[in-house]
Write a protein that binds this ligand. Structure first.
Ligand SMILES: C[S@@+](CC[C@H](N)C(=O)[O-])C[C@H]1O[C@@H](n2cnc3c(N)ncnc32)[C@H](O)[C@@H]1O
Length: 284
């Protein structure tokens, strides 16, 4: 059954692109605005359901006015209202300016970003698996790695140096909701190296010059996987910080694999004894 949500008196319908909320949400397309406000946009009921599942409440929930909503959209609106979100109806023209250009959605949420801290390096459990990415450039890759990290019950993702923004719309969309589930840490190379010095487990770097096949490595936790950047690959500085460098064999004349694909292959190898079709282990 389809129905419109029952909205609290005072819920506003917005038709102007000059509206302050509309201008704010449009500005969140830009990294600078996301950095200054600490906000980001997640679009579509599927992402919003993922957020709700793990206790993220949007500050603003925005949806198309006048139209009939799906049951799930109505339910999300009622939930967001009850949880204190500002719920705004907007016109088709306004929504067209706010929604993504690919596969635009009728509902979007504005959330506060969350950044995690590093875990205590000497105290991580043996089941821990952290993924460190050196300056990833492509938000689609970053979102995909967040998604895969959730799938293998990784502990979190560490962004080293000048990374693309995990809270960009493209990264959030590619994460398929994992942005709400996977802790993300960001820091520069020097503090990362200082933290790594206290890390008690293995530090596995992936490198095209490595001589060890990633499938023959016999990984023992706690594990820290270090991936290089799409362009330059793993820097010498970070490669030296690894206890082992591994390579994924490639046939043909390829230079390398895509960063997200390479990450997924190694993560699944590292987790091959822990993941079962009947349910994943809990994240450590
Ligand atoms: C697109 S690659 C970077 C290629 C870069 N031109 C280089 O020389 O490393 C991005 C990252 O994915 C990982 N990677 C991709 N293919 C790999 C492979 N065959 N073996 C090991 N790591 C790989 C590495 O971490 C690499 O730094």
């Amino acid at each position: 059954m389809r129905s419109r949500p029952e909205l609290r008196a005072g819920t506003r319908t917005i038709t102007s692109l000059q509206n302050e909320r509309v201008k704010l949400i449009r500005s969140l397309e830009m990294r600078k605005a996301r950095r200054e406000t600490g906000l980001f946009v997640a679009e579509g009921t599927s992402l919003l359901l993922s957020a709700r599942l793990v206790g993220w409440v949007p500050k603003i929930l925005l949806f198309l006015a006048g139209g009939r909503q799906t049951e799930v959209a109505s339910e999300l609106t009622r939930w967001a209202e009850g949880a204190g979100a500002e719920c705004l109806e907007v016109s088709v023209a306004v929504l067209a300016k706010l929604a993504g250009k690919d596969n635009p959605q009728n509902m979007l949420g504005v959330f506060e970003q969350r950044w995690a801290g590093l875990p205590e390096a000497r105290a991580v459990p043996g089941s821990a698996l952290w993924v460190a990415l050196e300056a990833p450039r492509d938000p689609g890759n970053l979102g995909t790695i967040l998604r895969t990290s959730e799938a293998v019950a990784a502990s979190g993702v560490i962004l080293i140096g000048h990374s693309c923004d995990p809270y960009s719309r493209e990264a959030v969309r590619a994460s398929m909701g994992s942005i709400f589930n996977v802790p993300v840490v960001r820091l520069e190379a020097q503090p990362f190296l200082a933290w790594r010095a206290a890390w008690q487990g293995e530090v596995v770097g992936t490198h095209l010059e490595a001589r060890i096949d990633f499938r023959q490595s016999g990984y023992r936790g706690p594990l820290l996987l270090v991936m290089g950047s799409e362009g330059p690959g793993l820097s010498d500085e970070l490669a030296r910080a690894c206890s082992r460098l591994v390579k994924i064999p490639m046939a043909g004349s390829l230079d390398s694999l895509n960063l997200a694909v390479a990450s997924a292959l190694v993560l699944y190898e590292m987790r091959k004894d822990r993941l079962r079709l009947d349910g994943t282990p809990s994240r450590s």
